[in-house]
Design a protein around this ligand. Sequence first.
Ligand code: FE2
Ligand code: ZN
Length: 415
Amino acid sequence: MSKKALFQHITSRLFSSSKSQFNVKSRLNPVKNIYQSSKFLILEENDKKSYKYPLVWLRDNCQCVHCFHQGSSSRTINWEKFSVNQELTAIERCEESKKVTLTWADGHKSIFDDNWLLSRNFSPENQKTYLSTHYRPDKNPVWGKNDFQKILKKFDYSEVISTDRGLFEWLETLSRRGIAILQNTPLTRDECRKLANRVGFIRKTHYGEEFEVIAKEGTSNVAYLSSALQLHTDLPYYDYKPGVNLLHCLVQSQSEGGFNQITDGFFVAQKMKEDFPAYFKVLSETLVNWSDIGQEDGNKFHSIYRAPVIMLDHEGKFARINHSVPQRDSFFTVNVDDVELWYQAMKKFVDILHDETVVFKTQPGEILTFDNIRLIHGRTEYKDNTNNTRHIIGSYLDWDEIYSRLRVLRSSLQC
Ligand SMILES: [Fe+2]
Ligand SMILES: [Zn+2]
């Protein structure tokens, strides 16, 4: 008897002898039928839905103690000896335990829970849901100036600090919309740190862990001047650019200035793509040298990172925006004949950017939190006086930590 015939014999015996046990009896038991077809295990959830699982993937993901370490949720199967040509000799499913047992040609057995298999099904709908929730919340909607009042949400600081639901709501909003404001924060210095620790930990840069935005002489960064701060993203000269800015307002300027300016860079990129595709191509393909030279607390630094203004991911989606007039290096290592076109494209980008910028003024007790990968921010000029010195404390968080916290919270809150 050939292997295929043997397999068919065994499976048909298994199924014919206990056919009724593959009928759906409840929502918790959605598996109707299970069989092999070519190099796949087919799992029928009902008459309309069936899913294909590659045999090699099933063997690779065996959950037994030899192949998987439950305590660390880690695969431990020995890949040096792993074969990509896997064959089954039997498929059994136990109705009571809701488990599927696969017996491989070498005698090894793999046992899978129905729900484990179903939640990992390869259908496009399931993968879309996984990617837009479990992996990372979709960054939408992108928003322009006219949408800002609709998308801006404010959260109570103590709710975020003391409840998981509050923390989740803030991070989820920040992730999808790129901006959120926390209110009623104590006017004490270490609130950004407390907030960062609530999520994960502060992201350190060459400016330290917390930075004070307060006008000071002899500064190493233009942010520490009281003059206008042109629209920019922070630290574009880092390959691993800080993900989120936390700006805690302790004292706001009573002068005419000191306004926050902010724009959704992905919205600007979208407009460029639709209305000026040739410029969009230039800005998404030309590598610009971003740099920062200076010293902080006696430590000299010289950072450089080459990246386009509009960075795209492997699927062509917007991945990151880089824009900073002060931090754009005069070394421009591109073909000399391409330079002028890049400037024309950049000028258009900045024109749209300014058209779509919103202006507001955070108040003492507010922490402005925004996505530094996506949003572009600035500040208008202000004047301090002896009774009023504008004082902001800032720090950064990384998206890896935020996404991790969101997944943990989504699981514990079951949302
Ligand atoms: Fe900034
Ligand atoms: Zn195993």
